[in-house]
Design a protein around this ligand. Sequence first.
Ligand SMILES: Cc1cc2nc3c(=O)[nH]c(=O)nc-3n(C[C@H](O)[C@H](O)[C@H](O)COP(=O)(O)OP(=O)(O)OC[C@H]3O[C@@H](n4cnc5c(N)ncnc54)[C@H](O)[C@@H]3O)c2cc1C
Length: 273
Amino acid sequence: MHTKQINLKNYSSFKIGQEEEFALLEDDFSEIDKFYLIGSCNNTLVGTNPPKMMMLSKLYDYIKIEDNCLKIGGATPSGKIASFCKKHDIADFEFVSHLPGKLGGLVYMNAGLKEVEIFNHLIDITTTDGLQKRSEIEYGYRYTNIRKPILEATFHLRYGFDKEKVLQFKKMRANQPSTPSAGSCFKNPKDDYAGRLIEAVGLKGVMQGDMSFSEVHANFLVNHGNGTFEDAIVLIQEAQKKVFKEFHIWLECEIVILDKRFMGEESPLIKRD
Ligand SMILES: Cc1cc2nc3c(=O)[nH]c(=O)nc-3n(C[C@H](O)[C@H](O)[C@H](O)COP(=O)(O)OP(=O)(O)OC[C@H]3O[C@@H](n4cnc5c(N)ncnc54)[C@H](O)[C@@H]3O)c2cc1C
């Protein structure tokens, strides 16, 4: 596999991390199980002890209309999808102009804004294991059970790009901080809001090094400049412990944490009985 050096301090939306070597996934899938796949690192916090990582190569950066459907490669950035849909007067993808990520990451996370999510118009995906119809995939709020690299996704094609929707989605973003983050840190628990709970336990705005839960929106963990992985983890664990103690609710991370100490069933970030 070809490789690429990437400085995560520049690449990741958190602006945290060090230079790492990434394997590039092209058309040989024989070694994929040795690596963890990332997209554009807009929902990911990479630690100082990460697993081996890979990303899709440019081969998978495309968007096209075919058989009256929209076919998008897994490495296509959301900005490119938004511009294509605007240019070709395509409906239903207005929200992606405000969702940073690549198509594979958007589908894997079932990313969305309020009731609009990427699965709404999905027909099927192609992973390194082949074609999978939407009906064969388990998915829900910021969740899917996809376990293989998504190379391509096919969506229903409907015409009528709606500029008004772009503005509405932009407005929804107005209460979010512009300081580097990875979007919402925790999933909202059923019938509640992670931001409300973090604020209620007094953690909104509390600094740990250069990291804090934002004053603008408490569920955004933000980096004020020189935040580190360790600072971020301290705040995440603090929020989980305090919210559990006070409300008996375990905040589940929405952000993906890539560090061997915090991954898998042994992770201290998973609820223990
Ligand atoms: C300022 C800001 C605001 C945000 N607001 C929102 C929001 O409103 N709603 C929302 O849903 N999200 C939001 N996010 C999070 C982010 O936009 C989404 O989660 C997006 O889907 C991340 O895509 P990515 O390519 O960066 O994924 P990454 O962070 O690189 O990866 C995330 C996960 O996806 C997996 N993955 C990536 N590519 C593939 C692939 N090709 N095949 C299989 N799995 C893959 C990775 O293994 C990882 O587990 C926000 C982020 C930021 C920085």
